[in-house]
Design a protein. Structure first.
Length: 78
């Protein structure tokens, strides 16, 4: 099945925004909890956390994982 014009445009946007040192989904998933904790504490993001943030801007799957975890921890009873 051929790709639609919208799918091609999305792929081109993702490729154009990719960087050489971009993180994979596996690398991102392994640090999502640390990223959530840092954001909740208002901590300054170090380079590895910035890579996670950048990855999640382009990866809906990792962004969904982040959103689910953030939702869960913000509704925990203290």
């Amino acid at each position: 099945m051929p790709l639609s014009k919208d799918q091609i445009a999305t792929l081109l946007t993702l490729v154009a925004g990719a960087t050489e040192d971009e993180m994979s989904c596996d690398g991102c998933f392994s640090h999502v909890a640390q990223f959530v904790e840092a954001e909740l504490q208002g901590a300054t993001l170090c380079e590895s956390m910035l890579k996670i943030k950048n990855h999640m801007q382009n990866c809906p799957c990792c962004k969904d994982e982040y959103n689910a975890l953030m939702e869960a921890v913000t509704h925990l009873d203290p």
